[in-house]
Design a protein. Structure first.
Length: 119
């Protein structure tokens, strides 16, 4: 049985390369799923791109929604899209900030697709 695939769109301005590298390493290291990544440079050419990932460059910073739409379109053109989450942060989950109660907050930039159910 094939692994479920998750498409992930990562927006970048190339302003935090070490954090971006760590975040992308956590993406490609996921177990039990096939992760397809599209890195979108908003006003730049992406400098940190995992092996096998798609990358596109936008001529200017068009904002988060338009950047995500551009990534979704690139994945659609690559075939059989299934975009379940997109991220505009470069913080790996293991390094996410915690709230004053010590629990990790749910990043507002990562959302489940409406109607999504795993499996």
């Amino acid at each position: 049985m094939p692994k479920p695939r998750i498409d992930v769109i990562v927006l970048t301005m190339n302003d935090r390369p070490s954090e971006e590298t760590a975040a992308q390493e956590t993406l490609v290291a996921q177990a039990g799923v096939d992760v397809r990544v599209c890195v979108v440079g908003t006003g730049c050419r992406p400098e940190v791109v995992p092996p096998g990932a798609l990358s596109i460059s936008l001529p200017e910073n068009v904002g988060i929604p338009a950047g995500r739409n551009a990534g979704a379109e690139a994945l659609r053109q690559a075939g059989n899209p299934r975009t379940d989450c997109s991220s505009s942060t470069t913080t790996p989950a293991s390094h996410a900030p915690t709230s004053s109660s010590g629990s990790s907050p749910r990043p507002s930039s990562i959302r489940k697709r409406p109607g999504y159910s795993p499996g």
